[in-house]
Design a protein around this ligand. Structure first.
Ligand code: HEM
Ligand SMILES: CC(C)=CCC/C(C)=C/CC/C(C)=C/COP(=O)(O)OP(=O)(O)O
Length: 318
């Protein structure tokens, strides 16, 4: 059933929700899964760097800890944004925005998961990893989330916590911050811009309704579209050399370099097609181009991670 807008808020659709389904939304299960995949890749590569198999209890402990903190911070993000979420079609049906999960419920769950998860990580992996994960959650919840209503720079700020999970995975395996871990951070950092420019553009009216500031919904529509496209293209071009940086540290070799270049060209191609929003006047066509870029971004990333893991593992075996 479609959602319907009123003058000051968007009504949630009247469909039943199980508590389990509401928790899945509260914990942003799909984004959190991607966070865990990237953290897992960091751990895997870090373990190989140490010359040990990644498949030991530490791998599971690190992923469980990171997953719990990620879910906790997603709940806290939704507690803070329950009002603005209720104003957007995309998010009006979220459990806290729609009032199915109370503020106290969300806050208790969010704080408990964030702090207990970070403590668990510090205890099972190392203090650096627990601290970095807690700082990531703070960056996401306490800095990025309130900034969304203040300045369009929020996306740049939010890209820092967004990019930290693979570095956290690396420190969980290695105990220290090292250049290959920084290279993984850089990959995630750069990846987010085309990803988010597509999303921001698709939902720009929704975001504007909720008072969230983004490049795609700047008051001058022409300038907003141009700036959105320029940023997406700049980072899509930068994505290729950034993804190849890992080979500089001999974590990966020629096979990864070839695959990463091809994947990067694919991501760039989707971004170049997205640039057609500057000339296309048909809103449905423009939305399809943005949705295609979003889809490409969420396929590109796990494929890139898979390529680096396979190549790094292969280098050890052959
Ligand atoms: C500034 C950074 C980011 C912003 C503002 C952002 C925002 C969003 C939003 C609003 C959506 C929902 C799109 C929709 O409902 O159609 C989304 C989708 C998604 N994001 Fe991001 N994101 C960012 C970074 C990340 C990071 C770091 C990851 C994981 C590593 C990630 C993974 C995903 C995935 C997997 C989806 C698709 C989920 C689905 O289909 O529901 N995003 N992102
Ligand atoms: C290890 C750990 C604590 C990781 C957490 C980092 C994390 C979840 C980053 C997500 C990146 C990000 C800024 C998403 C924006 O979503 P949004 O909140 O703006 O999206 P919305 O509009 O759907 O609420």
């Amino acid at each position: 059933m479609a959602t319907s807008a009123t003058t000051d808020h968007v009504l949630a659709p009247a469909k039943p929700h199980s508590l389990l389904a509401d928790y899945a939304t509260l914990f942003k299960l799909r984004i959190s899964t991607m966070v865990i995949i990237t953290a897992g890749a960091g751990f895997y590569l870090g373990s190989l760097r140490s010359g040990i198999s990644p498949f030991h209890a530490g791998f599971l402990q690190a992923l469980i800890g990171i997953a719990v903190v990620t879910c906790g911070s997603s709940a806290l993000n939704q507690a803070l944004e329950r009002k603005s979420d209720s104003l957007m079609r995309r998010t009006a049906d979220r459990p806290m925005a729609a009032g199915r999960i109370s503020l106290a419920h969300g806050l208790i769950l969010g704080f408990a998961a964030t702090f207990l998860g970070a403590l668990y990580l510090a205890y099972t992996t190392n203090l650096l990893t627990g601290t970095l994960t807690l700082l990531t959650a703070i960056g996401y919840v306490a800095i990025y989330t309130p900034l969304k209503r203040v300045t369009t720079i929020n996306t740049f700020i939010g890209a820092f916590p967004g990019a930290l999970p693979p570095l956290i995975g690396w420190t969980a395996a290695r105990g220290v911050i090292e250049w290959p871990g920084v290279a993984l951070f850089a990959i995630l950092f750069v990846w987010q811009f085309p990803h988010f420019m597509a999303i921001g553009w698709m939902y720009r009216e929704d975001y504007a309704r909720a008072g969230i500031r983004l490049t795609p919904n700047l008051p001058n529509a022409r300038y907003a579209a141009q700036s959105t496209v320029v940023q997406a293209l700049f980072y899509a071009v930068l994505m290729i050399p950034t993804s190849l940086w890992l080979s500089w540290f001999h974590i990966t070799g020629l096979p990864y370099t070839i695959v990463a270049t091809l994947l990067g060209l694919w991501y760039l191609y989707a971004t170049i097609r997205f640039a057609r929003i500057l000339h296309g006047s048909n809103e449905a066509d423009n939305t399809a181009l943005a949705r295609n870029l979003l889809k490409t971004s969420v396929l590109y990333l796990p494929l890139l991670m898979l390529a680096m893991i396979l190549n790094a593992q292969g280098r050890l075996l052959f």
